[in-house]
Design a protein around this ligand. Structure first.
Ligand code: IMP
Length: 423
């Protein structure tokens, strides 16, 4: 197997970082293809925690080449801070970390605009406030600054001037907030350009070359399929293509197909920010899962909403990204619960529906539950209890794809590969 992908099958925060970290041991390249530092991928090794935002989660493996593809939106100041933060954990140099010259740059204006819309706009999305949406808007409207533009002052001035007059009117007249002058922003970004230039390269041809040499490439998704700008629960989504399709547009799989697409799903469901959530729990059980699961955003610290595992949503994710297998995480959080349920379908307008197709108004979907036998696994041996096996089997049968990996804790040692997967 030469090409595989790790993709969030829910609304993000499924534990993609730790699965990517472990699989990276068996891969040559780990490639990020969308999103930016709105992501927070947490990895625990020997009791030490590392949170990565835009740097790929293979970076802790010295043999692995980390690649930030052109579909990513990069905030250079944050990128440099992240590099500095991980320097005691691993050696990162321009030899093992590559940044696409055509990735889009997040500027000060994008961050200000994101915050202004959330506080003053008519509809709150509950964004991470990192400027992700406004940066992607500029990309699509062909006004973005690309990473390579940071390396040449004249080009940078020209690219930033594009759309600046419009932004100035917005900030001054509509939102009435102070913002940096174009000269200040040029100086700030140019100084970051000088600091990141050694990492910058054409990552598409790099991936092409590595694939031709027979190297194994792992594509690491950020957020989850249900936050995809096209497939997700619009408008409560992020602004990038988080589904497998984003790999083709955001990094490229030159001349190849994706062979294994692993959907990472929590054993329950969570979401941060606004938007529909059919299986959300508002009772003590929800609070228990939230507390035991430490369900706080790795990037913003916000409380995550919690609910039962939702199969109609996962069925939809399988279809959106042609998922070939599931990695099921955080099973330990459900161990020892008094009751255990899985939503197998919804009732919508008196009809039973088993897939969360976009035509369904999820705000109106009433979850139908199957009561499962609670499991009490301590995960000390290497065998799952019959109840836990039944929980995973129910999911496999409902989705038609196998659970090839499961995790019962954040550490590398708490992740189980079933049936010799990738051995
Ligand atoms: P944005 O990506 O900052 O524009 O936020 C848009 C929506 O995506 C909000 O509901 C965020 O909470 C959500 N979101 C963005 N990044 C993540 C993530 O890494 N995990 C979970 N939710 C996220």
């Amino acid at each position: 197997m030469q090409t595989l992908a790790i993709i969030g099958a829910q609304w993000g925060d499924e534990g993609k970082g730790k699965i990517t970290d472990l699989l990276a041991e068996k891969c040559d390249l780990v490639v990020r293809y969308q999103g930016g530092h709105n992501a927070g991928h947490t990895i625990w090794v020997n009791g030490q925690k590392t949170v990565l935002h835009v740097i790929p989660s293979g970076v802790l493996h010295p043999h692995c080449l980390s690649v930030i593809g052109h579909g990513v939106v990069l905030e250079p100041e944050n990128f440099l801070k992240e590099l500095d933060k991980i320097k005691n954990m691993t050696k990162v140099t321009p030899d093992n970390l590559k940044l696409s010259s055509t990735a889009t740059v997040i500027t000060s204006y994008h961050k200000l605009l994101d915050a202004a819309r959330e506080t003053q706009g008519p509809e709150k999305i509950g964004t991470t406030g990192k400027g992700i949406g406004p940066a992607y808007e500029d990309k699509v409207s062909r006004r973005a600054v690309k990473v390579k533009d940071l390396l040449d002052k004249d080009t940078l001035v020209r690219r930033l001037a594009n759309g600046y007059a419009e932004k100035a009117i917005l900030f001054k007249n509509l939102y009435q907030i102070d913002f940096p002058t174009i000269e200040e922003e040029v100086e700030r970004l140019y100084s970051y350009g000088l600091q990141i230039k050694d990492y910058v390269t054409d990552t598409f041809s790099l991936i092409d070359q590595k694939l031709s040499e027979g190297k194994r490439v792992l594509y690491e998704g950020a957020q989850g399929i249900l936050l995809d700008v096209d497939y997700g629960t619009y408008p409560y989504v992020t602004s990038s293509s988080t589904a497998a399709s984003g790999i083709y547009t955001g990094a490229g799989v030159p001349g190849r197909k994706l062979e294994e697409v692993i959907g990472v799903a929590k054993a329950y469901t969570t979401r941060v920010g606004e938007g529909p959530f059919p299986t959300e729990l508002f009772d003590d059980l929800g609070t228990h899962i939230q507390t035991k699961g430490n369900e706080f955003g790795a990037t913003t610290g916000r409380k995550r909403r919690c609910g039962w595992l939702d199969i109609p949503l996962l069925r939809y994710s399988v279809k959106c990204s042609q998922l070939t297998s599931i990695a099921l995480t955080k099973l330990d959080i459900l161990s020892d619960l008094p009751t255990l349920k899985i939503c197998y379908a919804y009732e919508v307008n008196g009809k039973t529906v088993d897939c969360a197709y976009p035509g369904i108004n999820l705000f109106d979907a009433k979850p139908l539950y199957k009561e499962m036998k609670p499991f009490k696994d301590t995960f000390e041996g290497d065998k799952a209890s019959p109840e836990l096996e039944a929980y995973m089997s129910f999911l496999q049968d409902a989705l038609g794809i196998p659970v090839k990996i499961y995790a019962y804790g954040p550490d590398r040692s708490q992740i189980v590969f079933r049936d010799n997967f990738l051995k």
